[in-house]
Design a protein around this ligand. Structure first.
Ligand code: SAM
Length: 289
């Protein structure tokens, strides 16, 4: 179900302790806020930072992995722009930090459109502030919703007037599906989005895995998954085959579903020696672009 619109915090310190959007849970570390901490953001609380420090103990390169995932997102968005796609629906978009989808897209072309979706009130509130400051209401919107409600999210995204369903859209679920086990209905939801997208649309996915992960990193990712049981969203790592199923009949482009740092790296970029988050991009067959 779509949930209520969180209020926008007052200007100033974005972690003003007097401002808390309704429904913010400060009793448990929250995945959106932990990820914000890992990327060097400030929209996180002590409970999130303490958890983050434990995550780094479990997986010493956790921040590198978060950054590598975020960099993958930017490269995948640019790749889709290069295909001619100008619209983006970003599921589990997170608390805005540098390199948000609309920023990457706006650098590339001035006619891009983006709708963000997240179920964490802090992420949505900060997304709204950012877009009020630098967005264009005709081209950008934020929805407070659970991505598993595909039909409702789709209707709400179209109701913003930002997206044209007759033209290709790039759907993103980057570093979010591993917080949603199959029993939650996530597979059916992603299938529904795939069906709703116009031919030529793209799907960008990244996901935690143990497939192809060896040695210390394997032990570390297992420790991280175990630790996540204490957070608001326990993680599930899926095998490569299980991850590939999210693409359905979409054609996965080269180099396939690979560690995020190895997905079309920029020439000369430093190698990231981590394999426990993989990513890929698929295309819906039959498009004109
Ligand atoms: C690790 S962050 C990833 C943020 C961004 N996609 C990225 O990769 O840079 C995961 C985000 O997914 C959101 N999320 C988790 N479960 C969700 C759900 N069921 N519906 C919508 N958002 C969800 C969290 O609140 C969080 O902001």
């Amino acid at each position: 179900m779509l949930v209520s619109t969180p209020e926008v915090p007052p200007e100033g310190d974005i972690v003003d302790p007097d401002f808390l959007p309704d429904a913010v849970d400060l009793d448990r570390p929250n995945v959106a806020r932990i990820y914000d901490w890992a990327l060097g953001g400030t929209a996180n609380w002590a409970v999130d930072r303490q958890y983050g420090e434990q995550a780094v103990q479990a997986f010493p390169l956790a921040k590198t992995l978060a950054r590598s995932n975020r960099d993958f997102l930017g490269r995948a968005v640019r790749y889709c722009l290069g295909l001619g796609i100008r619209q983006f629906l970003d599921l589990g978009s997170g608390i805005p930090t540098a390199g948000n989808v609309h920023e990457v897209a706006d650098e590339y072309a001035d006619d891009t459109r983006c709708v963000y979706v997240d179920n964490e009130p802090v992420a949505v509130a900060h997304g709204r502030i950012l877009l009020e400051e630098e967005g264009d209401p005709g081209r950008h919107a934020v929805l407070h919703a659970d991505l598993r409600d595909a039909g409702e999210v789709w209707e709400a995204a179209l109701a913003t007037g930002v997206l044209n369903p007759d033209e290709p859209i790039c759907l993103l679920s980057v570093a979010v599906l591993h917080f949603l086990p199959d029993v939650t209905g996530v597979r059916e939801a992603i299938r529904d989005y795939r069906t709703l997208l116009a031919p030529g649309s793209a799907y960008v996915l990244s996901h935690a895995t143990e497939s192809g992960v060896e040695g210390e990193e394997l032990e570390q990712i297992r420790r991280l998954v175990k630790l996540s049981e204490r957070s608001s969203s326990p993680a599930v790592s899926r095998s490569l085959d299980e991850i590939a199923e999210f693409f359905g009949n979409f054609e996965v482009v080269e180099p396939g579903i690979v560690p995020v740092g190895k997905w079309r790296p920029e020439p000369g970029a430093a190698t990231v020696p981590l394999a426990s988050v993989v990513g890929g991009v698929g295309r819906k067959p039959g498009g004109r672009i």
